[in-house]
Design a protein around this ligand. Structure first.
Ligand SMILES: Nc1ncnc2c1ncn2[C@@H]1O[C@H](COP(=O)(O)OP(=O)(O)OP(=O)(O)O)[C@@H](O)[C@H]1O
Ligand SMILES: [Mg+2]
Length: 173
C-alpha cells in the first residue's frame, strides 16, 4: 500500500468518529503516557489538533509536576524547532493551525528524556506515517531519546510503508 493510500484510509476512518468519541478515547491513552513519563524530566510533546490524541491537559499536568515540556514550532516548509511550554499563555496559532509556544528555541537536545510523536499510523515495529511533509523525520535526526508514538487504536496497522528518510519510534503507546 502507498503512503498516500494509507493516509486517505486513516482520514476516512477518522471521519466515522465524533470529536467527543476521540476525546474519550484519549483519556486512557493519556493515562498510559503519564505512567511512562513518571521519571522523565524533559519531555518533547505535541499540542494536539482536534483529530489527534488530546495532549492539552497532559502537558499542563507535566508542567505542574515540574517537568520541562517542549513543543515544536514550524519554521518553514521543512523544519521545526523546539520551544519550551510553561502554560497556555505561551501559545499562538502557527502553521497548519497548530498552537505553538512563543519564545527562544530549545537546543539542548541531549537533555530530552522522552519524545511524544503523533502520527497518522504506526505499525508494531514503530514505523510511522505522518501527515506527509517529513517534519518529524527531520526533527528526530537531532534528538537522541526514547521516542513514543501516540495514536488511537484504529491507527495501528499491520505495516506502514516507509522510505529511507523515515525515522521509526521506539514504542507505540
Ligand atoms: N531527513 C530528511 N532529509 C530530506 N528529506 C526528507 C527527510 N525526511 C523526510 N524527507 C522528505 O520529506 C517528504 C515527506 O516525508 P514523509 O512522507 O515521510 O512525511 P511524514 O513522515 O508522513 O510527515 P511528518 O514527519 O511531517 O509527519 C519526503 O519527500 C521525504 O523524502
Ligand atoms: Mg516520514
Amino acid at each position: 500500500m502507498l503512503k498516500s493510500e494509507l493516509r486517505q484510509q486513516i482520514r476516512d476512518t477518522k471521519r466515522l468518529f465524533t470529536q467527543q468519541q476521540l476525546s474519550e478515547w484519549s483519556l486512557p491513552i493519556v493515562r498510559r503516557l503519564k505512567e511512562r513519563l513518571r521519571d522523565a524530566r524533559v519531555v518533547m510533546a505535541y499540542y494536539s489538533l482536534p483529530d489527534e490524541v488530546c495532549t492539552h491537559q497532559l502537558i499542563d499536568d507535566l508542567v505542574a509536576e515540574g517537568k520541562t515540556v517542549l513543543l515544536p514550532k514550524v519554521l518553514d516548509d521543512e523544519r521545526m524547532e523546539l520551544r519550551r511550554y510553561t502554560g497556555p499563555q505561551d501559545l499562538r496559532e502557527g502553521a497548519f493551525h497548530i498552537m505553538e509556544p512563543v519564545g527562544a528555541p530549545f537546543t539542548e537536545f541531549l537533555q530530552i528524556d522522552v519524545a511524544l510523536i503523533p502520527g497518522m499510523a504506526f505499525d508494531a515495529q514503530g514505523r510511522r506515517l505522518g501527515r506527509g511533509k517529513g517534519y518529524y523525520d527531520r526533527l528526530l535526526t537531532s534528538v537522541d531519546c526514547k521516542t513514543l508514538g501516540v495514536c488511537f487504536d484504529f491507527q495501528k496497522v499491520r505495516e506502514v510503508p516507509v522510505g529511507e528518510h523515515d525515522v521509526p519510534v521506539d514504542e507505540v503507546i
